[in-house]
Ligand binder design. Sequence first.
Ligand code: SF4
Ligand code: SF4
Length: 354
Amino acid sequence: MVKLTENGILRVNFRHSSFNDFRLLCNFECSYCIPRCHRVKPYFFTKFHLLQTKFIWDKLSKVNDDILVRVNFDGELLFDNWAKKCAIYINKIPNVKILELVTNNSFDPDKYLNKFITSKMSFHCSFHPEFILLSKFKENVLKLKKAGCNVFVSLVCFPPIIKKIPKIYDFFKKYDINLRLQSFFTPNFRYLGKKYPRGYSKEEREILRRYYYSQEEYKYFVEFNQTKGLDCYAGVDRIDLSLNGSVLRCCSGEIGKPDNKITIRKKLNNLDITKWVYNHFLNKIYNLLVKHNFSILKVSKIDDLTSGKVKLKRNPYPCHEKYCASDADIIYLKEIRDKYPLSDKYIDMYKMNN
Ligand code: SF4
Ligand code: SF4
């Protein structure tokens, strides 16, 4: 059996796509939703996505590492039966020790929790105030906690919500619920005429500074410090894995190479015509495969990893991006890892006990 990491724990961010050419449909339509603002086409999942999930995770079930996985398809997993089946399948794999599910928490846990091994479940519940009442959201969180699941709550810091953060924070604190603020990052669009995080006012920054989970996160996501060249554990004991089988160190960047080989393809993807062609054919291929019940696809990159052809790095190596785009990723910066111990209940959380 191949052992992928030195210390035997691999953290996996399992995604819908490595190119953001499509995403899972969501039951909300938040005004600040980044994939929506980028006009990424949403789809319901099909049997094909489950077959892909099985293909990939059957391979990972054979590696000699424990796995902590975060499942995030950029839509609402609990809204979609096939996507839910993907998560249930991964949850039951023996070397998967934790499955962290990203959800908008709008579904009653009584209706789905019995399908999962709850002792292995963690929930990253993002609170989206345009579509759910705080009271309803809290009720669902408390049900998850009562069932023995680990839960933390996140909130995207889109400008109109910032003044309400102190109240929201206190509300959750009253119920012993951890709130972690999330950056509002608008790389290719404007929100109410401004680009963020640069567009935050002085007053907004002060609120964010007080309530951000750590000052390091505040520095990178509000003050927008650059990460390029800083040592990072992404590609060492943490990978991004997509339904198409591709493996990246984080949301971009090949394993072991401190440059960004996929930039050109990513740029092409930002052109609407390319997206349309890609989505159109991708869907056609999916439908064809489902129709003929294909379960085995040529997915070379996951094969490369599990066969030992591609090896994860043994030591942190320089970040290839000018700015780290995601809170789920930034905690792999050596600077942050050296200061805070990672949580063993979530893949994108750390403990503030130093
Ligand atoms: S809940 Fe999340 S995925 Fe759904 S629309 Fe809102 S921000 Fe987007
Ligand atoms: S800092 Fe962020 S973008 Fe850079 S390598 Fe690490 S995870 Fe990737």
